[in-house]
Design a protein around this ligand. Structure first.
Ligand code: NAD
Ligand code: UFG
Length: 338
């Protein structure tokens, strides 16, 4: 079994490459390194003791991509590559539509030409229409996205559904991630955002490491138990293993299926800060700031379908997520450049 991983040097991609290799599958990774370092995969290879061919290329370069498909006989593809900063997508929509959509079309064309018809896609809980009752099942309404980033996920889901419908035998899983956090327990690979982190957990770990002075909590007046937003945080190792389970499912099924990858449990921003302090014995100074535009009060998954169909559940606790995030940051205070 040989799997092509796009966006393989990134945060979720690198953790997934590790789980695929540990499963005994062969992995080939591509990435344009616009938001990641090849050091992540060097370390994955070191941790697993297995080779991991990596090709630095942009997915929109159809010639270069075609050469990779010519060189290996892939049994499946996992498509992580894309731009993912919600706020940046509002300021630069064409960058996001251009990169994320063209990359996917280019990948699908290469797959059709090579006769490879099995693909997992990194979608997001952001495709669900705001205001739907919680927890969110896969059949909840989608659309009404609050950012161009969210719309790219929504559109790519449709591109993949249509491509599968037009190519009998294709099998597609649209994986809707909730909020991945944490790192491999070795502390050798983890999340290494460039510049000021947009997301909560890397901001917390950078405050803990002394790289930033204080966390700003974006809004304390939401309609939630403590007034701060509630999200469904899941450990990145659980998420990575969800991809192994979904790929095994695709080996046996054709057509398109959608799966939530989340825990089904929401935690507030205040609860996250408290849990991080408790798990690691460090203090996180914070101040209350205004709401961040586009945030919704609460969102969490109904993961029942992933449990019953894929046999997958998120097993790691909030304490594991906080401990492993800090373990990675402490060992690599400047990320992969440390
Ligand atoms: P990441 O930025 O670490 O990984 C994405 C990778 O894609 C990067 O390494 C980047 O260099 C690469 N890339 C971007 N455009 C490319 C192109 N045109 N050609 C080749 N490579 C390209 O992000 P991540 O957190 O690992 O996310 C992986 C996927 O999961 C993304 O599609 C993201 O939108 C999705 N996702 C992430 C989250 C999250 O909270 N991290 C939540 C939901 C969905
Ligand atoms: N937050 C803060 N301070 C910070 C950063 C975040 O208070 O410095 C808060 C946010 O306001 C939000 C919560 O922490 O209430 C979580 O924010 P993140 O940015 O970590 O995560 P989001 O839920 O906004 O978004 C994430 C991914 C998206 C994905 C979405 C799906 O970044 O890619 O989950 O639910 F689409």
């Amino acid at each position: 079994m040989t799997v092509l991983v796009t966006g393989g040097t990134g945060y979720i991609g690198s953790h997934t490459c590790l789980e695929l290799l540990e499963k005994g599958w062969d992995v080939v990774a591509v990435d344009n390194l616009s938001n990641s370092s090849p050091e992540s995969l060097r370390r994955v290879s070191e941790l697993t003791g297995r080779p991991l061919p990596f090709f630095p290329l942009d997915l929109r370069d159809e010639t270069a991509l075609g050469q990779i498909f010519g060189r290996y006989a892939f049994d499946g593809v996992i498509h992580f590559a894309g731009l993912k900063a919600v706020g940046e997508s509002v300021a630069q929509p064409l960058e996001y539509y251009g990169n994320n959509l063209q990359s996917t079309v280019s990948l699908c064309r290469a797959m059709v030409r090579a006769g490879v018809g099995r693909v997992l896609f990194s979608s997001s809980a952001t495709v669900y229409a705001p205001g739907s009752p919680l927890p969110l099942g896969e059949d909840a309404p989608t659309g009404g996205c609050t950012s161009p980033y969210g719309w790219t996920k929504w559109m790519i889901e449709q591109i993949l559904r249509d491509t599968a419908a037009a190519n009998p035998g294709w099998s597609v899983a649209l994986l809707r991630y909730f909020n991945p956090v944490g790192a491999h327990p070795s502390g050798r690979i983890g999340e290494d955002p460039r510049g000021i982190p947009n997301n909560l957990m890397p901001y917390i770990t950078q405050v803990a490491a002394g790289r930033r002075e204080c966390l700003t909590i974006f809004g304390g007046d939401y309609d939630t138990p403590d007034g701060t937003c509630v999200r469904d945080y899941l450990h990145v190792v659980d998420l990575a293993r969800g991809h192994v389970a979904a790929m095994e499912y695709l080996l046996e099924h054709t057509g398109t299926e959608t799966f939530n990858l989340g825990t089904g449990r929401g935690y507030s921003v205040r609860e996250m800060v408290d849990a991080f302090e408790r798990a690691n014995g460090v203090r996180i100074p914070w101040r209350m700031g205004p709401r961040r535009p586009g945030d919704v009060a609460a969102i969490y998954a109904n993961p029942a379908k992933s449990r019953s169909v894929l046999g997958w559940t998120a097993e790691r606790t909030l304490e594991d997520m906080c401990r492993d995030s800090w373990n990675w940051q402490r060992q690599n205070p400047q990320g992969y450049e440390t």
